[in-house]
Ligand binder design. Structure first.
Ligand code: HAM
Length: 421
């Protein structure tokens, strides 16, 4: 029996890795333009960290975590909680009052796998800790938008506010009373959530529930004056930066730590998995985890979803890959000098490929094409005797002689001049 990867866990093969590296490189570039620094945390954390931050009555904690129950540890389902744990543990705020941190890596959730939804998936996660100004919310959202724009992806941005401990509890009471009246029509999950996590009923994706909550009270219209001002200032700051958005009063998010601003970047090109990225403010979280009373805001983007979108639109912008030069050593005596030449070229930063098998020219040119080589240097026994090789431009198929006299180091320098011309 062949052993295969676990359902929902996927290999990223070399052809796709190019796309992943491109996404990562663009993300790092943009995050660093915004003064963000990378942080890397372990994949395993104490289960309690996620229970206390994401919330006991969330899908993630209730049914999606990969936990080792006997050891009390869990494979991180997201990065925010781990970043906060590290932030508190190392007292990062003492060094710098506002911390801008990002991380890139795998997360684990036991969801039903489908297109764009995996059990091991990868996030680009960015957090700004210690700043409460609405302009920071707009700046962070604009950073996410800039990344998606520069990757050439078109998404829509939805915005909401989830209020704070002042305005949310009275709203919840009104909502629960309203849900009481429509409970018979709600799906089974929502009937349960009505008691455990009533706000989540508002963003149930089932058409009947959606229809039923249309007349539910709106948190956006029930915000306290501070949250209301914050929301309007975020909207103004976004408009100033030229970021388009749409209010969505039904957006609740599946994690409990959010306060005030929440947002999602959505696409219509991935079927059911519409969210390319999402995030929001979590002003009480750090204190709740035993740290100082500092606010925070962040987002995470799903790399599988970004990669799928890039692929769907023909991988525009992806850098060309492949060898700069393929050395086709044709005769028995040519393999050794060609291998030395390849080594010297590589030492000079050239991507040099070589085939040691001594196969026919036709086979080696085929191999050169497979490796996407720009040039092939053809060296046969006769040519070696004449101290001359043939350089073939693989795109135009033009061939010209190249001087192979002198030492290997001299040949190498001469070739580099030709390649870089
Ligand atoms: P989230 O909405 O749970 O938020 O996930 C963020 C993004 O991760 C989603 O929009 C989606 O693109 C991707 N994602 C989530 N689950 C999966 C999955 N099973 N398969 C593939 N992609 C997935 C968070 O994780 C928060 N920590 C975001 C945040 C950061 N909020 C504040 N700071």
């Amino acid at each position: 029996m062949k052993i295969q990867a676990i359902n929902g866990f996927k290999d990223i093969l070399p052809d796709s890795v190019v796309r992943w590296q491109y996404i990562e490189q663009r993300a790092r570039d943009i995050f660093e333009r915004f003064g963000m620094q990378e942080i890397r945390m372990p994949i395993l954390e104490k289960t309690e960290l996620f229970v206390r931050s994401i919330g006991e009555a969330t899908d993630v904690v209730e049914k999606e975590m990969y936990s080792f129950a006997d050891k009390g540890i869990t494979m991180r389902p997201e990065a925010t909680a781990s970043i906060m744990r590290a932030f508190i543990e190392h007292g990062l705020h003492v060094q710098q009052p506002v911390q801008r941190l990002y991380t890139i890596g795998p997360m684990f959730r036991h969801e039903r796998p489908q297109k764009g939804r995996l059990r091991q998936f990868h996030q680009l996660d960015a957090e700004i800790i210690g700043a409460v100004e609405p302009r920071v919310d707009a700046e962070l959202i604009a950073m996410g938008q800039m990344l998606l724009d520069e990757l050439g992806l078109s998404v829509s941005l939805e915005l909401n506010s989830l209020g704070c401990p002042v305005c949310r509890p009275p709203f919840k009471e009104r909502l629960v009373a309203h849900l009481e009246g429509i409970s018979t029509g709600l799906c089974e999950d929502c009937r349960r959530r009505r008691h455990t996590n009533p706000l989540r009923v508002l963003d149930c994706k089932k058409p009947t529930c959606r229809e039923l909550v249309q007349d539910a009270p709106s948190l956006l219209e029930s915000l306290c004056s501070n949250c209301d001002r914050h929301f309007h200032e975020v909207e103004e700051a976004l408009s100033l930066l030229g970021i388009d958005f749409r209010r969505n009063r039904f957006m609740v998010r599946g994690l409990d730590y959010y306060t005030r601003t929440t947002f999602e970047f959505l696409t219509s090109d991935l079927g059911a998995q519409a969210a390319v990225g999402a995030g929001g403010r979590y002003d009480g979280l750090i204190e709740q985890l035993g740290g100082p009373p500092l606010p925070g805001i962040g987002f995470a983007m799903g790399m599988e979803r970004i990669a799928l979108l890039l692929e769907q639109q023909g991988d525009a912008g992806l850098p060309a890959t492949g060898a700069d030069i393929f050395l086709a050593a044709l005769g028995r005596d040519t393999v050794a000098p060609c291998s030395l030449l390849a080594h010297l070229l590589r030492r000079e930063g050239v991507r040099a490929a070589i085939d040691y098998s001594g196969r026919s020219l036709k086979a080696q040119l085929k191999q050169a094409n497979r490796q996407n080589a720009r040039f092939t240097l053809i060296v046969g026994d006769d040519e070696l005797a004449r101290r001359e090789g043939t350089l073939r431009n693989m795109a135009t198929q033009e061939q010209r002689p190249v001087d192979l006299s002198g030492t290997a180091a001299e040949q190498c320098q001469r070739l580099i001049r030709v390649l870089r011309a």
